[in-house]
Design a protein. Structure first.
Length: 119
């Protein structure tokens, strides 16, 4: 069992930065690939980015490439999402997720953290 707790969301002006953290409990954190999804009101959930269990490879969605960075620290059981050059369209609830095989069907989800970008 893995429990995920996000933090770091908040209100920021366009062009600003935020760093989200996702702390995982459980002893098998480094068995899971990790990632972030987001969902804005009235819109479908969107894959933001993911990183392999070892942290050796990260993938970002097209809408955030060049602005966001994903990383993880397995010693701290934590995955991060560094968000720079934020835009109002980045406003959403951001969810941390963990999976073994399929990023489209994560095994575990966090409760979400709100990110609001004002124009």
């Amino acid at each position: 069992q893995v429990q995920l707790v996000e933090s770091g969301g908040g209100l920021v002006q366009a062009g600003g930065s935020l760093r989200l953290s996702c702390a995982a409990s459980g002893r098998t954190f480094d068995n899971y690939a990790m990632g972030w999804f987001r969902q804005a009101p009235g819109k479908a959930r969107e894959f933001v980015g993911g990183i392999t269990s070892s942290g050796g490879k990260g993938v970002l969605g097209d809408s955030v490439k060049g602005r966001f960075t994903i990383s993880r620290d397995n010693a701290k059981n934590t995955v991060y999402l560094q968000m720079n050059s934020l835009k109002p369209e980045d406003t959403a609830v951001y969810y941390c997720a963990a999976w073994v095989t399929d990023y489209e069907s994560p095994d575990y989800w966090g409760q979400g953290t709100q990110v609001t970008v004002s124009s």
